[in-house]
Design a protein around this ligand. Structure first.
Ligand SMILES: [Ca+2]
Length: 569
């Protein structure tokens, strides 16, 4: 072990010393190059700097790591090695041991964790001073250790942490989707097929590490090198910033796939494939991880007309659900999802909910499974103004059902699929991190709505459009002019809602709080009409366009955009 974490483990964590209590000095424009961490955007949130250095061996405020190491101290993540009565030592150039890293990440998480009575790892007994932190790593799925032919896995607590292992640990900690392999190398020394390539790619796109510049050419990541304690400070600081609240799109989107015809909904699968519905062709297209698009299946029974056709898709395990317009109704059908990437196909259709009214417009059509495992569907008023306020009609509602179409016993109206009523044409639903459901809804000619959905609540249509004064109806938490929005798909990722705007031809980022809701628009007019948005790989956002006209090759695309923390004011 090349550093002494004893005091890191035994001294109390300074939980009360949070950044809000600290004198703030923003260190802007930090450039860290040639030191294994790499150039990165300047910190977006203010890092604090104490009146005098906290460590005896990190005293130069102009050092590229000074801010991050001070942050480690102020945040209570590392108090260094005690040198009483002198200041502690941080030992910035030392390698980080795996047990110290476990402790740092555990403290960063702010979690309180009760470790199991029996050890998970063969080399970390309950008597280890790092036992709680290392068991927390295991419980969070951040590290499963090294499997042994017999007996429990080994954690190897004294080993140094390699930069590639670090990438995997922090990406898992941050909740990055690591199932999709990168297709573009970011670093000279990390080929796309490399072990940990997805995690290292996430380090790049999230801005946690941009490697060591090698001009000209791609930077180096140095995956096998040990992580120094100063680099660890920078990594954890940036990871912490990623988790610090809302984000916004930045930069020019990249094209993931093209050739689509009026796509309506997309579902990203854990296998790396993405399934996309095309409204008028009634085809489900499979977008492979490398961007190749193949026709996966034609959904039977779809009769496209006006705004109806093959609309929402959802996948749960090996079941695919589709919201479709037929000759006689809108309905939700399920299929077995067969095969795998490149060979996906559908089994026989099983209708799980028939008789949803249909019309030329206002068909709703979004379906998603919620955190409660139930299937939710948005249904428009189907041009029948009596439907939204009539509990016996499925029109103008958000519905909640079991995966077989059954009525959950805890729905707000006994025996009814109705979850909320008084909607005009809701086409977007998403749940925030607390499990609260939100929805986007097309207004008639004045106000589009962003609603927080409460079971059994009435959202006012057709009596009220947008924010009104009738206490019988729940007001939207935000409203747009229909010219600026006409909102369809809704996604929630990284503490931020994203709204796909059709007529508005842009992506809205929405930030609701208890006190007020703000919204910012991005890419207005640049990519045409936007139908859907979903969380993309590595903390990105995917955007689905809706512009195809005519009978030639498809012109709609899936775009990927980076998300960065919103600037703090
Ligand atoms: Ca309303």
């Amino acid at each position: 072990m090349s550093q002494n974490p004893t005091s890191d483990s035994t001294r109390p964590v300074a939980r009360t010393r949070r950044r809000s209590q600290l004198a703030v000095a923003l260190i802007a424009g930090l450039m860290v190059s040639g030191l294994g961490v790499g150039a990165s955007p300047a910190p977006r949130a203010a890092a604090s700097v104490a009146a005098e250095p906290s460590f005896a061996d990190v005293t130069d405020p102009s050092s590229p790591f000074y801010t991050f190491i001070e942050w480690m101290f102020q945040r209570g993540i590392s108090l260094g090695t005690a040198q009483l009565p002198a200041k502690p030592l941080y030992k910035p150039a030392d390698a980080v041991s795996r047990q110290a890293m476990a402790l740092f990440m555990y403290r960063l998480s702010g979690a309180t964790f009760a470790p199991p009575a029996s050890p998970t790892f063969g080399d970390v007994p309950t008597t280890s001073q790092f036992y709680t932190a290392i068991e927390w790593m295991a419980s969070r799925g951040i590290s499963a250790g090294t499997a042994q032919p017999s007996g429990p896995p080994l954690f190897k607590p004294s080993d140094p942490v390699s930069r590639q292992a670090m990438a995997l640990f922090v990406a898992r900690y941050a909740g990055a989707n690591l199932t999709i392999a990168p297709t573009t190398p970011r670093f000279t020394d990390v080929p796309v097929g490399a072990s940990s390539a997805a995690a290292i790619d996430w380090m790049f796109v999230s801005g946690v590490s941009r490697g060591t510049p090698q001009l000209p050419g791609l930077p180096l990541y140095l995956p096998s090198d040990p992580v120094s304690r100063q680099a660890m400070a920078a990594f954890l600081y940036r990871v912490d910033q990623l988790r610090l609240g809302p984000v916004e799109p930045t930069g020019t989107p990249t094209v993931i796939a093209g050739g689509l015809k009026l796509p309506w909904s997309m579902v990203r699968l854990a296998t790396g494939s993405t399934l996309v519905s095309e409204r008028d062709t009634a085809l489900i297209m499979e977008v492979l991880a490398n961007g190749t698009v193949r026709q996966m299946a034609a959904v039977p029974g779809v009769v496209p007309a006006g705004e109806g056709g093959l609309l929402g898709l959802e996948v749960v395990g090996a079941k695919l659900f589709a919201y479709i317009t037929t000759a006689s109704d809108n309905r939700i059908v399920s299929f077995d999802l067969l095969g795998g990437p490149g060979t996906y196909s559908l089994g026989t259709a099983t209708p799980i909910l028939i008789g949803i009214p249909r019309a030329n417009t206002h068909n709703g059509g979004r379906i998603k499974v919620g955190p409660d495992g139930m299937l939710y569907a948005t249904v428009g008023d189907v041009q029948n103004l009596a439907a939204p306020q009539n509990l016996d009609s499925l029109g103008g509602k958000i519905l909640r059902m079991g995966l077989d179409g059954s009525v959950p016993a805890d729905n707000p109206f006994p025996g009814s699929l109705v979850y909320s009523l008084g909607h005009r044409n809701p086409q977007g639903i998403a749940w925030d991190s607390s499990g609260q459901l939100w929805s986007t809804e097309f207004g008639q000619s004045t106000w589009d709505e962003f609603n927080m959905i409460t079971p059994g609540a009435n959202y006012g249509w057709p009596t009220v459009e947008g924010i009104g004064t009738n206490p019988a109806f729940v007001n939207p938490r935000f409203q747009w002019s229909t010219a600026a929005a006409s909102p369809s798909g809704l996604a929630f990722t990284r503490d931020t809602f994203f709204v796909a705007a059709l007529r508005g031809q842009r992506v809205w980022a929405v930030y609701p709080t208890a006190a007020s809701t703000t919204a910012l628009d991005f890419y207005a007019g640049q990519y045409g009409r936007i139908r859907d948005v979903v969380a993309g790989p590595a903390g990105t956002l995917w955007i689905l366009t809706n512009n195809y006209v005519g009978s030639g090759a498809g012109t709609d695309r899936i775009l990927q955009v980076q998300l960065v923390p919103r600037p703090t004011s």
